[in-house]
Design a protein around this ligand. Structure first.
Ligand SMILES: Nc1ncnc2c1ncn2[C@@H]1O[C@H](COP(=O)(O)OP(=O)(O)O)[C@@H](O)[C@H]1O
Ligand SMILES: [Mg+2]
Length: 1034
């Protein structure tokens, strides 16, 4: 990781997290974010999580980023790249993927609509690459090749139990039957062989409800015209232990359950199968599982019988088979009791009815059968010696007999099918063989069967590797590349160890099986001694001292040698063997060849020998054919669709030997790039090369390599591809990453600058907007304050002016009052003085008159009359004088007022000293005027203009005097003036309002003023304008 540069969005391989499992492999992910010590990645399931930066292993090769149909095109062919490709495709329900001509098939565990007639027609006469991967494409390709090149073809299907091998085999057979196009009887027979084989050879296991417990190779022969001529079935290693024992939730072979469910009552009666329920039979009841969901045993039985008819099984043959199967069930129910005979352990059968049933069904008499089941005859020094068997030994003997019997039935049935479908003709024919065989097995307890199975798989692996290596060589040749120096070590060593070289494991097992004193322990010791120092042989550790192991191509498998010898001997009691030769049941006799002498048990072919022989034959057949490989993979243990268990799949990929393809590649040039793709990816390492369509990609690729790779690096320029070694590819990737990083930093710099400037601009604009509104607000507040100030100032000025005017008018009025009152008082005083003098005069005159009266009454009377006349005249004269006097007084008052206006400041003191007149004195002003006094009045021009406009003009008498009435009028005017409201309606009022409105209007017209501000009512007229006299400017 230290060298690898992580880029956002880049597809990378990440170390498996939180697991120590040996099957955990790196997973593909996309980089979402990178930090110094950790990286955020998003895996293929779109889950994001942080991983330590060091766990990001390397960039994903461009060919791994999308899923590919042929994994050989993966530039980086690794276990994890294969796994990711398969997982991505499986998620899209694409269960088939190629690796060259090998097809990887992942069990969908659901019925997909991809096997219809439409698909059969679609894939007909197409090449492998033309259409998406499909099992029909493989079948068709094999068929085309067979027809074109007239050479045998074979399809090797392998995989774990439940991975889909048998289904794939059936699909291939169906396709071949469909395209051979004759719809002949033989095709029908070949197809119908399958249900029979499955009924006798398949059983329910924990992993698979229809698990084939044997391997089979079906060879279909074709006429030169392409029609199916015949077929041959070869079976391998039927699992026999299942007949006598089943684990929990497992079943015995289907045929037993089908038979019980499908036989009619009379048939069951004939077979003595009183009980229809499988639970009543010991050999069927141990697993505790009797029915299968979705499977009708009775219906299947009818199908099996129909298929047997199609395959020309005679009714008595069928009945014999059923009888033997029934005998097996009764044998299973046989009860043995332990006893003693001559102080030796012995066993006897205390279950006569069952024994009789068995004897009857096997066509044997009861006593010899009883003896053969409870005794053993051995050949010692040329004599036959019979010994009793213990109960356990008797049970073991019975089970061994049953296993051999069932195996014999199965072999016989296969032989019978072959007799029907394998019609030999003189003409040489080409065939397509389909091998459906168990994959590599590694259980907790591995026994003899696993050794055989894994040996078969080692053989197939070598065959596969040879084929891949050949293909690889072909590719190098096609690309004109020198491949002579490429070496690859295959698994020959392991094959030698198990079954090829002298003293191999199988021959040692055989030897020990034939050795009378041989035991599993002595076998183990021999194995250790013989092979203990070989690297591919593993001795059990302290906890596993009783085990031995082999380093297989798919990993180390530890085998437990317990029961190896017994299984290898593959035999049962010689007494029973001899007895069955005499059976009335011809079928039974046919199963066990009679020529085998009872004392030559050692010479009987052991299972090892039989298996090796059939395997050798198979390998010979395969090696003479062009192979296709189908690797079936089980996606999960729960038979669930859309559930991809990565670790389980990795294990199967490893066991399938698919990684050999990668290993072979790595021995040569593991990384290949098509020139165009290479130039596209690495063009940035050299100066600009222009559009790819216009340049020679091969030359540019060469340039790139010369610039970026050391001169002595091992690389090859093929015709269409560039072949690189791992380290050169890594170096190119590193240089590309570094360059990309540099460019990325430059681009980031530019983009960040632009982004920051854009941000700054917006930030600045935002600040200016805030400032604008803030300043506007400040100014408005200032304006409000100022306006209020002006209003107050205007009011103050108006108040000042009014006060001044009022004070002036008041002073003048008081002065006028004072003058008027002075004049009136003086005039009144004068009148009273004149009146008093007149009265004194009149009193004197009356006294004189009274004296004279006495003198002359007549005279007096006459005088009185004369005086009266005089008095009347005098009154009239007085009245006229008084009027004149009043007018004079008023003129004087006006004069005084005028004078006061002129000399007010000077005279103010004197006015102040003068006390106001008492009310009585005021009242006297309305009295008749005193004798006529002329008052001089100052000219009216001296009065102020405002006063003039408010006080009515006083009519002037011709002599510049003012009469009393005019004076009164003037005084009234003055007082009215004083009571009036001051006139403030000058031009200023409306002007201020108008200006304010205009200001507001202008503000509203400005678009950039926030509406919030405008919506706030602007109370420009908070202070009502005062009425002011003088014009005030704002
Ligand atoms: N191509 C397929 N389409 C649908 N189901 C399948 C397919 N292949 C396998 N299966 C399912 O998986 C089960 C086990 O397949 P089978 O061929 O019997 O496994 P194997 O022979 O490898 O033990 C089948 O019974 C079937 O339900
Ligand atoms: Mg199968």
């Amino acid at each position: 990781m230290s060298e690898f540069v992580r880029q956002l969005g880049e597809y990378v391989w990440v170390k498996p997290q939180n697991t120590t499992s040996e099957f955990a492999v790196p997973f593909g992910a996309r980089i979402v974010r990178t930090e110094k010590t950790q990286t955020l990645v998003c895996d293929d399931l779109n889950k994001q999580f942080w991983v330590p930066a060091g766990d990001v292993l390397k960039a994903m090769h461009i060919t791994s980023q999308e899923d590919v149909e042929d994994m050989i095109t993966l530039g980086d062919l690794q276990e994890y790249t294969i796994l990711r490709n398969l997982q991505n495709r499986y998620a899209k329900q694409l269960i088939y993927t190629y690796t060259g001509s090998m097809l990887v098939a992942i069990n969908p565990y659901q019925i997909l609509p991809i096997y219809t007639n439409r698909e059969i027609q679609l894939y007909r006469k197409k090449t492998l690459t033309e259409l998406p991967p499909h099992i029909f494409a493989i079948s068709d390709n094999a068929f085309q090749r067979l027809q074109r090149l007239k050479e045998n073809q074979c399809v090797v299907i392998s995989g774990e139990s439940g991975a889909g091998k048998t289904e794939s085999t059936k699909l291939i057979l169906q396709y071949l039957a469909a395209i051979s196009g004759k719809h002949s009887w033989i095709e029908q027979q070949i197809i119908e062989a399958n249900p029979i084989m499955e009924a006798f050879g398949n059983a329910k296991t924990v992993r698979n409800d229809n698990s084939s417990r044997f391997g089979k190779y079906i060879e279909i022969r074709f006429t030169p015209e392409g029609a199916i001529q015949g077929a041959r079935i070869q079976q391998y290693l039927l699992e026999k232990s299942r007949i006598v024992f089943q684990s929990r939730e497992e079943r015995n072979y289907h045929i037993f359950y089908c038979m019980l469910a499908g036989l009619s009552a009379p048939e069951r009666e004939r077979l003595k199968l009183q009980e229809q329920s499988p639970s009543q039979y010991h050999y069927l009841a141990q697993g505790g599982c009797f029915t299968l969901p979705g499977k009708g045993d009775a219906k299947d039985f009818a199908d099996i019988r129909a298929a047997m008819k199609v395959l020309s099984f005679k009714p008595e043959e069928v009945w014999s088979i059923l009888s033997l199967l029934a005998a097996i069930l009764h044998l299973g129910n046989l009860r043995f009791t332990a006893t003693e005979v001559a102080n030796l352990e012995a066993a006897e059968i205390d279950d006569t009815p069952n024994l009789q049933r068995v004897a009857q069904l096997l066509g044997l008499p009861v006593p010899p059968l009883n003896a053969a089941l409870t005794q053993r005859t051995i050949f010692v020094h040329g004599e036959h010696v019979t010994t009793s068997l213990s109960k356990e030994a008797a049970l073991e003997g019975r089970d061994a007999f049953v296993k051999s019997l069932y195996d014999g039935i199965f072999v016989r049935i296969v032989r019978r099918i072959n007799e029907t479908i394998n019609k030999q003709i003189d003409q040489p024919m080409n065939s397509i063989g389909v091998l459906d065989i168990f994959g590599f097995e590694n259980f907790d307890n591995n026994s003899f069967e696993q050794l055989c199975i894994n040996y078969a798989n080692e053989n197939l692996q070598q065959f596969f590797v040879g084929h891949i290596f050949k293909m690889e060589q072909d590719e190098y040749q096609n690309e004109h590349i020198n491949w002579q120096h490429i070496e690859f070590q295959d698994n020959q060593q392991i094959l030698d160890l198990i079954g090829m070289k002298p003293m191999n494991l199988m021959s040692l097992i055989d030897e020990e099986s034939k050795f009378p004193k041989g035991t599993d322990q002595t076998l183990l010791e021999k194995l250790h001694v013989q092979h203990g120092n070989r690297s591919i042989y593993v001795k059990g550790k302290t906890t596993q001292t009783s085990l031995f192991g082999i380093r297989h191509y798919a990993g180390v498998v530890m085998y437990n040698p317990m029961g190896f010898l017994e299984k290898n001997r593959d035999s049962f009691s010689s007494d029973l063997r001899t007895l069955v030769q005499r059976s009335a049941n011809k079928y039974l006799v046919d199963i066990f060849p009679h020529e085998m002498p009872m004392d030559t048990a050692k010479k009987q072919p052991t299972l090892c020998v039989k298996f090796r022989n059939s395997l050798d034959m198979l390998m010979r057949t395969l090696s003479q054919a062009h192979p296709y490989f189908i690797r079936c993979i089980k996606p999960n243990e729960y038979k669930e669709p859309k559930n991809f268990d990565k670790e389980l799949c990795v294990r199967q990929l490893r066991y399938s030997g698919m990684m050999e393809t990668a290993r072979i590649r790595r021995a040569g040039y593991p990384i290949r790039h098509a020139y165009r793709a290479f130039v596209e990816r690495y063009r940035l390492l050299v100066p600009p090369v222009g559009p790819l369509e216009k340049c020679d990609c091969r030359t540019v690729a060469r340039q790139i390599c010369e610039v970026a790779l050391p001169a002595d690096s091992d690389r090859q320029y093929g015709k269409t591809k560039l072949f690189l070694r791992d380290d050169d590819d890594g170096s190119l990737e590193l240089q590309r990453s570094q360059l990309m990083l540099k460019s990325i930093v430059t681009i980031q710099r530019g983009i960040r600058r632009v982004l920051f400037r854009r941000y700054l601009k917006r930030y600045r604009e935002a600040i200016i907007t805030v400032q604008r509104y803030w300043r506007g607000r400040l100014q408005r507040r200032k304006y409000q304050i100022m306006r209020q100030g002006f209003h107050r100032l205007g009011a103050c000025i108006a108040a000042q002016q009014l006060t001044t005017k009022f004070t002036m008018v008041r002073c003048r009025t008081i002065k006028l009052q004072a003058l008027s009152r002075g004049y009136l008082v003086r005039k009144d005083f004068q009148e009273k003085l004149v009146e008093k003098r007149k009265q004194q005069q009149m009193k004197k005159e009356e006294l004189l008159k009274l004296a004279k009266l006495k003198e002359a009454e007549e005279l007096l009377r006459l005088q009185q009359l004369k005086e009266q006349k005089l008095k009347e005249q005098k009154d009239l004269e007085d009245k006229r004088l008084k009027e004149e006097q009043r007018l004079k007084a008023e003129a004087a008052a006006r004069n005084a007022l005028a004078m006061a206006a002129v000399q007010q400041p000077r005279r103010e003191k004197s006015f102040k000293q003068q006390a106001p007149l008492p009310p009585t004195q005021q009242a006297r002003m309305s009295l008749p005027p005193p004798p006529t006094t002329i008052v001089a009045v100052a000219p009216l021009a001296t009065r102020p203009a405002s006063a003039t406009s408010r006080i009515n003009a006083i009519p002037e008498s011709p002599g510049g005097t003012i009469d009393v009435e005019s004076s009164k009028q003037m005084v009234d005017d003055v007082f009215r003036f004083l009571n009036d409201e001051p006139d403030v309606s000058g031009p200023l009022g409306p002007n201020v309002k108008e200006k304010s409105l205009m200001f507001e209007q202008a503000l509203r017209l400005r678009k950039d003023v926030p509406t919030k501000l405008l919506s706030r009512p602007v109370n420009y007229y908070e202070a009502a304008p005062r009425k002011i006299v003088n014009q005030t400017r704002l």
